[in-house]
Design a protein around this ligand. Structure first.
Ligand code: ADP
Ligand code: MG
Length: 225
């Protein structure tokens, strides 16, 4: 049994005059340690698919299992706990808290469970070191460059040791060389941790670095070379 198994996911949204069908038939399986890219034109449903795989949105039909759990059969508090333990997100926009330091931002996902312990702070510092932000721990997002903000977002996504890392156009706002270094960093961290990584990207260069590529077109997910 695959660690991640999505079968025939479909999603439609009710809109004036009927239903808008965004996903028709998206299936994907992934084992620990694997990474895949999803490409596709704007509006093809890439973010919608990632939201479903991230359990932020439920599918209209289809089945989804992650680590032996069917998340959409859970009730909301259990689903939120499952999501925060198992899944890390990196978006195109960093979504860091503007009033918090880099260190506090990395710790933020742990605060739902109460105060951060000394051990948590040490792990967060270790992650900041790992993403090259040792000297930036006390900087607020406005005091960081775009690449540094995205590095902090990667560290935040990993603080709970997720089995699944989801990235939605993570390098879309960055210049080419910064984008390359962030992509390399995410891949290194994913491999080190034996996590699964799914990256939505417009960048052929980034897609080419991943083990498998899929294209979303017309609501269907198809393998690409
Ligand atoms: P992509 O990330 O590939 O650009 P999205 O998944 O964001 O595409 O969106 C796919 C389509 O679904 C778009 O046409 C978008 O307008 C539509 N859509 C997304 N979310 C909603 C929603 N909550 N209600 C209605 N339509 C939506
Ligand atoms: Mg999108």
């Amino acid at each position: 049994m695959a660690t991640l198994s999505a079968q025939s996911l479909a999603k439609s949204y009710p809109v004036a005059g009927g239903d808008l069908c965004v996903l028709q038939d998206a299936s994907l399986t992934l084992e620990l340690g694997e990474n895949v890219a999803i490409i596709g034109p704007s509006g093809s449903g890439k973010s919608t698919l990632l939201s479903i795989l991230g359990t932020l949105e439920s599918p209209t039909s289809g089945s989804y299992e992650l680590g032996g759990v069917r998340p959409f059969s859970l009730r909301e508090p259990e689903l939120a706990a499952f999501r925060s333990r198992q899944i890390g997100f990196v978006f195109q926009e960093h979504h860091l808290l503007p009033q918090c330091s880099a260190l506090e931002n990395v710790l933020a996902p742990l605060l739902a469970d109460g105060r951060a312990t000394a051990d948590d702070v040490q792990r967060a510092q270790g992650l900041l070191d790992r993403v090259g932000l040792t000297d930036r721990r006390d900087h607020r997002p406005a005091q960081l460059s775009g690449g540094e903000r995205q590095r902090a977002a990667v560290a935040r996504a990993l603080i709970r040791n997720p089995t699944l890392l989801l990235a939605d156009e993570p390098t879309g706002n960055l210049d080419r060389s910064t984008a390359d270094s962030i992509a390399a960093l995410m891949l290194e961290l994913q491999r080190e941790r034996n996590a699964m990584l799914i990256v939505v990207t417009h960048s052929q260069t980034l897609a080419a670095r991943l083990q498998r590529r899929y294209e979303l077109d017309g609501g269907r997910l198809a393998p690409r070379s």
